[in-house]
Design a protein around this ligand. Sequence first.
Ligand code: CA
Length: 492
Amino acid sequence: MIGKIKVGSCLLIAGLSQLAGAQQTERPNIIFILADDIGYSDLGCYGATKIKTPALDQLATEGVRFTNAYAPASTSSPSRYALLTGEYAWRKNVGILPADAPLTIDPTQTTLPAFMKKAGYRTALVGKWHLGLGEKDVPVNFNGEIKMGPRAIGFDYAYYFPATNDRVPCVYIENDRVVNWDPADPIQVSYRKKVGNDYTGRDNPELLTLKPHLGHDATIVNGISRIGWMDGGKKARWKDEDMAQVLLDKAKSFINEHADTPFFIYYAPHNAHEPRVPSPVFQGKSAAGIYGDVIEEFDFCVGEIVKMLKEKGIYENTILIVSSDNGPMVKEGYKDGALENINGHDPFGGLRGQKYSLHEAGTRVPFIFSWPDKVKSPFVQKQNFTYLDMLSTFAGMLELPITIEEANDTRDGSRLFLQADAPKYREYIMMQNNGGQIAIRKDNWKYIPATRNRGAELYDLSTDPSELRDVMMAYPEQVAELKKYVERDYKK
Ligand code: CA
C-alpha cells in the first residue's frame, strides 16, 4: 500500500515536471545576427549574383524577407545602441565610439537583453561590442576584471571583442577577462601616443601584409596595422583569419549548452568590416574579390548556426533574424583591392549613399526573419520597419507585457513579421547618421531636414528609389507634415 502511494507520487511529480519542461520549451529561442557593414544588395536574396549566400537565401525563401527595413543609424555604435536599448542614439549623442570610451549604456535602463532575461531567457553576446567599456574617466585595465561592459547591461554570458576589428586591443574578452591573458605580458593600450616597442604601420610598412589607406597605421597585429597602439598580450591577440570561426564556435557552444532552456543570443560577427581577412577557405572564393569573400564567410557562419539548431531539434521554434548594422563601404581603411576586384558587384542595389550617409544605402539593410513554427507561408514584407523597435516587437511576438518606460522609443512591429498586409505600425521611421543628424521615411516619402551646412531634401521613393530628384518645391504640404514630426519628436 505504502509502496503504491510512493509510486503514485513519483509519477505525479514526474508528470508535473515534464509539463513544466514542455511549457518552458514552448518559448521560442531568439538569435539576432547582426553583420557589420553588409549592404542592401550584398546577399543573393537581395540581388547579388557574384556573391553566393545559399544559407541566407534559404532562410529568406522559407521565412520573411523585408525590403524596406532600416538600421537605426548609418554607423556601428549608434545602430547597436538603439537595438540594445530601444532608444534613439542621438538622445545620448552616441556616434562611432572611440575605442577607449566608457560604457555608453546606462546599466539601470531597460535593455533588450535585460528584458529577455527578466522573461526567463539565458542571454549571450558573441562578437562585436563597440558600446564602450569601464567607467567615465577611468581607463579600462585590460589586465584585470572588466566589469562595466556587456554583462552590466543584461548579458549572462559574453565573448566579445571590445570595439572594431581594425582597432586595438586585438583581443577577445570572455565575461570579464581577456582570453589567454598572460601575467608576464601585461596589456597596455593608447589611442593618443605610442606605447611599447611593437612595430607600427607608419614606421615599418615593409612588415605589413595589408597596407593602410586612411589612418590605421599604428601598432601592427597579425601583419595588419590598426587604429591605436598596444603593447603586451602577445598570447591573447587574435588572428584575423580565425575570427569568424572562433566567434561561430562560441555561439554554437552557447546554443549547445542551452538547447533545453530558452535563450537569447546577440551574435555580431565582424564580417564584412575591414580589415577583410577571411579564413583561407574563403580567400578567393567569391566572384567579387575579397569584398565578396568575407560575405560568403558570413553566410557560411549563418548556415552553421542553422545546422546546429536543426541538430538540436530546436530550429522550428527559434526566431532567427539576420541584418546589418549599417550600409556598405567598399574602400575605407586598407588597400585590400576590394574596389579593384569587385567585378561589377553592386552592394547598394541602386540606392544612393553608403555607410555614414542619410541617403538610403546608409541605413536600408537586408533583414531576414525565420520562425518555422509560426511562418507557414513565406512572404516578402515591403512595409517600412526599423530594428530600433526590436524591444517592443519581441514583446509583441512573445506576448510579454511591456511598460511605456521599458518600451522607450520602440513600437511593436510584430504583426509585420507574420502578415504581409499587417496594418502600418508607426507613423514614420527615423534614421540617423554618425553626427546625430536625422532623416525620416514616411510611406514613400524620404525627408532629410536642413542642417547648418545643407538644405532640406525630399524624395519620392516610389518613383525615385535612387533619390536623384529633390522634390521639395513640388510638395510643400508633404514637407510641412514631415517637418512637424521632426519639430515634435527630434530634440537634439
Ligand atoms: Ca558597421
